[in-house]
Design a binder for this molecule. Structure first.
Ligand SMILES: Nc1ncnc2c1ncn2[C@@H]1O[C@H](COP(=O)(O)OP(=O)(O)O)[C@@H](O)[C@H]1O
Ligand SMILES: [Mg+2]
Length: 241
């Protein structure tokens, strides 16, 4: 039913590409650090939102902060780079749209920009990863929010596929599920890139990253355990060979 997908290597520590982005005037480039969208500081996208600084570059896109009056928002460029089709980027957008809920990242606007889909969303204060260690009451509140969001994602027929502390963000004091880049409608082929192995259920790890609603629940539990303890329950070593 689902295409087998390869587990992701351990999560990179993100939040930092400021070296090249703070006064970014460079044009597009592809580096080992990830794909860089073909956009510049000062470009306007998604209805006049002006790009300020690249906050993060992942394997499939960049996240930018915005100039006033959109300081409380960001724009993520989901790329079709590295063999990824534009339809994969569109699928992430569609999942985000379909899963609209107070505990899922809000889609404010979107637009196709070259080979990217640009999506505007609220700027999170921090991720759960950055919020650690958290007090018990904070973990309880985040857990309530995370599970409410996840129940909604599942009710909409989606599997998130990569729940982890980096992908649960705090927006206005609420925990919201973010990063729908691995999300897929149950019964349809999974995305070509899979979950993060430390947070994956055993059956997912043993099936080359096949994620399910049940494995999402496992990943949510791993996420909350880590939020409560500031330690991963399961550590792996990743052999890049
Ligand atoms: N709404 C947001 N507000 C603030 N930072 C964000 C937001 N969305 C993403 N980021 C930052 O960008 C990083 C990558 O975004 P994410 O959607 O998780 O994509 P991916 O992990 O696939 O690269 C996050 O880990 C976070 O640091
Ligand atoms: Mg992510």
């Amino acid at each position: 039913m689902h295409a087998a997908v390869a587990p992701k290597p351990p999560p990179r520590r993100k939040g930092g590409d400021s070296s090249s982005s703070s006064s970014s005037s460079s044009s597009s480039s592809v580096s080992s650090g990830g794909y860089h969208a073909d956009v510049l500081r000062g470009d306007a996208v998604c209805g006049g939102r002006v790009l300020e600084k690249r906050l993060s570059c992942g394997g499939f896109g960049d996240v930018w902060s915005l100039m006033a009056p959109h300081k409380r928002e960001v724009v993520k460029f989901i790329s079709a780079a590295e063999g990824r089709e534009i339809s994969d980027a569109e699928r992430e957008l569609e999942a985000l749209r379909a899963c609209a809920h107070p505990n899922c990242m809000e889609l404010l606007a979107s637009e196709r920009v070259g080979s990217n889909i640009a999506i505007a969303m609220p700027r999170a204060e921090r991720s759960l990863h950055e919020a650690m260690p958290m007090e018990a009451r904070e973990v309880f509140a985040a857990g309530r929010d995370l599970l409410a969001g996840l129940a909604h994602v599942h009710a909409k027929g989606y599997v998130h596929g990569d729940l982890k502390p980096e992908n649960v963000m705090l927006v206005g004091g609420r925990a919201v599920i973010a990063d729908f880049g691995t999300a897929f409608l149950e019964g349809q082929p999974a995305t070509p890139h899979g979950m993060t192995v430390e947070y994956s259920a055993l059956e997912s790890a043993l099936s080359f990253g096949r994620t399910t609603r049940a494995s999402d629940v496992w990943s949510a539990a791993m996420t909350l355990w880590e939020a409560a303890t500031a330690r991963r329950l399961i550590e792996t070593t990743w052999d890049a060979a």
